[in-house]
Design a protein around this ligand. Structure first.
Ligand code: URA
Length: 188
């Protein structure tokens, strides 16, 4: 076990984990770390890819265009966003919103895993292939496993599409709504 893992394993609350993330990840000038937000013991946890421009500016996840779409689909699935803990695989915005690099995911993953195990949600929803591959399996194909319950760390996981990826695709939009509804049914 690496020193970083031992340190993370000894962290027992989200605030301390947030502090450690702030010391570990360096956002670009004028930007913020986006650690995540929501109830400490939320039943629902949602994981996206990485903060975008508005998220990095405000230090909050899913507050830009993708966030507005997420809110809409959550509402349609009768899930209250305030009841969800929302975060991303990466805690800082990749320059120019590029796709996260494997090395960035590798560095951020132990923090995300600690975040998941501290929150211990009843249901975890992975939004998009970056979250699916980081949390479930690096070889997983979203088109093959979306909508099928997975389990990791003793937590039920629903892999589904990222809200930004379904915008122009009616079929994917329906799948995302169906998957979120399925996730809600397991909790309530
Ligand atoms: N896309 C994500 O995956 N996460 C955010 O927080 C915003 C956009």
């Amino acid at each position: 076990m690496t020193v970083a893992m031992i340190t993370l394993g000894s962290i027992t609350d989200l605030r301390t984990l947030n502090d450690v993330c702030t010391r570990t990840f360096l956002p670009a000038a004028g930007e913020n770390i986006v650690f995540g937000e929501g109830p400490e013991h939320a039943k629902f946890m949602l994981i996206g890819e990485a903060p975008g421009e508005e998220e990095a500016e405000l230090g909050r996840p899913f507050v830009g265009n993708a966030g507005r779409l997420l809110n809409k689909y959550l509402q349609e699935a009768q899930i209250c966003r305030e009841d969800c803990y929302v975060t991303n695989v990466l805690k800082v915005r990749p320059p120019g919103n590029r796709t996260p690099r494997k090395s960035e995911i590798k560095e951020a993953l132990p923090f995300l895993i600690r975040q998941i195990t501290l929150i211990r949600p009843a249901v975890l929803v992975c939004l998009g292939s970056v979250a699916v591959q980081a949390v479930i399996d690096p070889k997983a194909k979203i088109t093959q496993i979306r909508g099928e319950w997975q389990e990791k760390y003793g937590i039920k996981i629903m892999p589904t599409y990222h809200p930004a990826a379904v915008f122009h695709d009616e079929d994917k939009k329906e799948w995302l709504k169906k998957d979120l509804t399925e996730a809600r049914k397991r909790v309530y």
